[in-house]
Design a protein around this ligand. Structure first.
Ligand SMILES: *Cc1c(COP(=O)(O)O)cnc(C)c1O
Length: 365
């Protein structure tokens, strides 16, 4: 490195908003929690230059959490590193969790349980009412079963937490030791996985001298965003974080993220660092409801498949991408240089929605 490179790298890391000292403090706070290695980390941070050219505006990057390695990858893997360590720590031999029919969380949990030699029971809530065979049996449902999990259905609107507790009682009565993971792995333990992601991204930005202006991702059960909010607050980062909602209206989504972010921050010793104004969700891209395809999602999934060779999913990352693209066109990122989209995975769900991805009259670029 010559003198100029050193200066550039220094200004880069300062611009990224997280000093080496803050990063070191956060790394040692995280090291205090039990963790099992399940993911291929760090995940790559790659430019999406054909998308940037297509849209104009800032340079777009993708943080490849679809490549965490566990059963085709996704964001739940980072949460499960902390959750499964806690399960092992209390001597559990059976994992119980729940999700929607095409739950990526259920699939990654089934795989993690298999890897650690634990049983896994999955309860799937029918939130869409679809009778489609692909939706009900293919994609993530196929993989849940392949990993050896038992899969049972519950009707939409069931009290899934109560259903899981009833199942845990049965497991206990049969002499097992159940450990219940909430939907999406979204409690403070799971959210630590995304505190870790904030640190990882900050390290990547510092080592390459990249100034990240904004970070955008799909937000659902809120553990991903809460972990990122807490992690970025601990780092005193000025990255503009934006969740694109896939389920709840804005106020409800932001409140859910804020509450979990505060409790997560408390666990890493920075409770007061989380401010309400740092929690932003845009819930304009949900469409008719959770898991129900929108035209914008289909266009976005197809666009990125064709432009970048990337696979996004119909329920989460595809709607997140729809938000990213539409907001870019509306000027939301004007004046910014580098915008990162956190790819939370989910491509296994594509095989549960084969027909939804056809658009009558759709023309490739
Ligand atoms: C679960 C999930 C999300 C949302 O993450 P939360 O932590 O539940 O908010 C986003 N994308 C994909 C692909 C997911 O499976």
């Amino acid at each position: 490195m010559d003198q100029q490179d050193v200066l550039d790298a220094q200004s880069g890391s300062q611009a990224a908003g997280a000093s080496a000292a803050r990063r070191k403090d956060l790394a040692s706070a995280l090291a205090g929690f039990p963790r099992v290695r399940l993911g291929h980390l760090p995940t790559p941070l790659e430019p999406m230059d054909r998308l940037s050219e297509h849209l104009g505006g800032p340079r777009f990057w993708v943080k490849r959490d679809d490549c965490t390695g566990l059963s085709s990858g996704g964001n739940k893997t980072r949460k499960l590193e902390f959750l499964m360590a806690e399960a092992a720590g209390v001597g559990a031999d059976t994992i119980i969790t729940q999700g929607a029919t095409q739950s990526n969380h259920a699939r990654q949990t089934a795989a993690a349980a298999a890897k650690l030699g634990m049983k896994c029971h999955i309860l799937l809530e029918d939130r869409t009412g679809s009778n489609d065979a692909q939706y009900n049996l293919n994609g993530n449902v196929l993989l849940d079963r392949l990993h050896g999990a038992t899969v049972a259905k519950r009707s939409g609107g069931s009290d899934m937490a109560a259903e899981m507790e009833a199942l845990a009682d049965k497991v206990r009565q049969a002499g097992g030791k159940p450990y219940v993971i909430p939907g999406g792995g979204s409690n403070t333990t799971g959210a630590l996985g995304y505190v870790n992601c904030a640190l990882e991204l900050s390290d990547q930005a510092a080592s390459t001298g990249l100034k990240i202006d904004a970070l955008v991702h799909a937000t659902g059960s809120s553990g991903t965003q809460a972990g990122l909010v807490a992690g970025l607050a601990a780092l005193e980062s000025d990255i503009h974080l934006l969740g694109i909602g896939v389920r709840a209206p804005r106020e409800k989504q932001e409140t859910m993220v804020f509450e979990l972010a505060k409790r997560t921050a408390a666990r890493i010793g920075v409770e007061d660092a989380v401010r309400r104004e740092d929690v932003r969700a845009n819930c304009d891209y949900v469409g008719a409801g959770y898991g129900i395809p929108t035209e914008g999602m289909v266009r976005s999934v197809r666009l990125l498949a064709e432009l970048e060779g990337l696979l996004f999913d119909p329920v989460y990352s595809g709607k997140g991408l729809d938000g990213l693209i539409d907001l870019t066109r509306k000027g939301a990122f004007d004046g910014m240089q580098n915008v990162v989209f956190l790819h939370t995975g989910g491509s296994a769900a594509l095989f549960g929605y084969p027909d939804a991805l056809e658009l009558p009259g759709y023309q490739p670029n």
